[in-house]
Design a protein around this ligand. Structure first.
Ligand code: C5P
Length: 212
């Protein structure tokens, strides 16, 4: 099957030398791309800026901002059977990035933010995607409630939730522990382990769901 995977953070320009971003390393998304290829799938990986080698054998599209990622996904999703959105997309961008470097002339500086497009939330309605849709939910509280809310709201078949309030798993680390929530109410825990193992289990889970 043809997989589209988003990974990493996005970078939102403040001026030509500064940006807003988050702590995502892209490790989970890159592990998923490798696992999907090992399982015999074709992979397009749409990645924000990360310090990871591009997985060999997949088509990697490097992007910077949430809007760049939106455009890349819009272009590729029609050719896709399974779309996995593991990127930590910035919810907001700078409303008016400066054309030249901002000088430290005043004691306070206010930056006006404006909402970014929700890429996963656009998959069904805006892009007309009818394949298997997987979202991620990184939560600090009410994990199940928030994850299941996103699953329904964004039209996902499955959502992968992890607790980012824990310091031993998740953002920027090599290990993770996740709970998978399915459309229809079932859930399954994938225990603590390297992201590469979690990725293999998730791809197996997705393959299993589709071949039912
Ligand atoms: O940010 P939020 O918790 O809503 O993210 C849930 C899911 O939505 C993740 O899969 C993330 O990749 C995706 N997302 C996106 N575009 C955004 C925000 C989130 O694709 N602007």
């Amino acid at each position: 099957m043809r997989f589209l995977i988003t990974a990493g953070p996005t970078r939102e320009a403040i001026d030509p030398v500064r940006y807003l971003t988050n702590r995502s390393s892209g490790k989970m998304g890159y592990a998923l791309a490798n696992a999907a290829m090992k399982a015999g799938h074709e992979v397009v990986l749409i990645s924000g800026p990360v310090n990871l080698p591009s997985p060999k054998g997949c088509n990697v599209l490097l992007v910077e901002s949430a809007r760049d990622m939106y455009t890349a996904v819009e272009k590729c999703i029609r050719e896709t059977d399974v779309a996995i959105f593991s990127a930590a997309v910035a919810d907001y961008r700078i409303a008016h990035p400066a054309d030249t470097k901002i000088k430290k002339n005043s004691d306070e500086l206010s930056l006006k933010l404006t909402k970014n497009p929700d890429i996963l939330g656009s998959a069904r309605q805006e892009f007309g995607f009818s394949g298997f849709l997987v979202g991620f939910a990184a939560e600090t509280n009410n994990l199940e409630e928030n994850a299941v809310g996103k699953l329904t709201e964004k039209g996902c078949d499955l959502i992968v939730a992890n607790d980012v309030s824990r310091t031993d798993i998740g953002f920027d680390l090599d290990e993770n522990e996740v709970t998978v929530f399915y459309k229809g109410g079932k859930s399954a825990a994938i225990p603590f382990g390297p992201k590469s193992d979690i990725a293999i289990k998730l791809i197996r889970e997705i393959d299993g769901q589709i071949s039912r």
